[in-house]
Ligand binder design. Structure first.
Ligand code: 5GP
Length: 141
């Protein structure tokens, strides 16, 4: 059985504006922001504004709202970062690799011949994240 949603998770704090993030896209239901430990240039995260731990307790409505934004961000990221493709990743519970327990989809641009960096590999420079978020916002406009 899946554990209960913890409203003190880091993405809930980002959603409440308690900690900063480099925002890329926002509407009344969804937020997208840069991953602080990017696995490739332009790695970002798409989350619902409503609580869900992961896919296992998400509602059909949350998933229905999320997927068009995931696609929109993936297309914008490929354009903004001149990527050759994009990986969409989504982990459910710790044994499956989940570390932050608010539902999120990773959008990771991929480049021919460039290996993906490890999950939670290292913090990126804030100025680079800010510049990448700005590039994505332009590609989304
Ligand atoms: P998960 O393993 O849960 O699918 O991935 C969580 C992701 O959140 C990781 O890729 C990690 O780099 C990212 N992350 C962890 N803490 C923060 C944070 O405070 N801000 C942002 N923007 N990303 C975070």
């Amino acid at each position: 059985m899946t554990a209960a949603y913890d409203p003190n998770n880091i993405f809930a704090k980002i959603l409440r504006g308690e900690i900063p993030s480099h925002k890329v896209y926002e509407d009344d239901k969804i937020l997208a922001f840069m991953d602080v430990m990017p696995q490739s240039n332009g790695h970002c995260l798409v989350v619902p504004k409503t609580p869900a731990r992961n896919l296992l307790d998400a509602s059909v409505e949350q998933l229905t709202d999320l997927m068009p934004v995931v696609q929109k961000i993936a297309k914008a990221a490929v354009k903004a970062f001149e990527a050759d493709g994009a990986v969409i990743m989504q982990f459910n519970e710790a044994p499956a690799g989940q570390t932050v327990f608010h539902l999120h989809f990773h959008v990771v641009p991929r480049y021919e011949g460039v290996p993906m960096r490890p999950h939670e590999g290292g913090m990126a420079d804030g100025a680079i994240l800010a510049a990448n978020a700005a590039k994505l916002r332009v590609a989304l406009a």
